[in-house]
Ligand binder design. Sequence first.
Ligand code: CA
Length: 232
Amino acid sequence: MANASILVVEDEPAIQELVAFSCGNSGYRVRKADSVGAAESAIRGELPDLVILDWMLPDRAGIDFLRDLRKSERTRSVPVIMLTAKGSEGDRIAGLDGGADDYVVKPFSPRELVSRVRAVFRRRSPEKSGESVVYGPLRIDPQRHEVQIDGREVKMGLAEFKLLVFLAGHPERVFSRSQLLDNVWGDHVFIEERTVDVHVLRLRKALTVANAQNMVQTVRGLGYRLSVKLDS
Ligand code: CA
């Protein structure tokens, strides 16, 4: 499965390089921007899974850009970690009120930053943390590409795997076909919604070897969810 992508928005080259190197070293796919303008164009090209955003940027304040991200439908739910020299309580509160998921004050240790990135992923999109996703009898190892149900290995195709990883990261939540397309296939990929149904059928078929096909549930008129609860 493709590694989660991080957009690093920072104008100081040494810090940008340090952040990019640390994240890249931890298995994330990193893109870099040195201004709000460059970040906007990077995001137009591809929606990142997380943004690390400096407060003081040459063209606009990072905090204003953060507010823009939170206003737009497309970028609203992208996790953001603010990175800044401003450590006062007032700035910290402004950052969190502006919709930041976390706040790291310079100078910071790269290991601490990476562990905060992981923590944000674990909280916001567990399937992107790179760690095992566990739900009920289901255990998924995203690195090794393995699915087990009650200890029994289940084989499936790549698209079914990605779909299962996403659903298992948000168990019991219902997702529409278009939400699944955005989150599993990427928001710039144009695929018919019917394709989702095809992969859901294949996923259920793969799960039958462990008699777990009922975990992938159709919610009439809404979409799909993963649940171990069979009623409701
Ligand atoms: Ca700066």
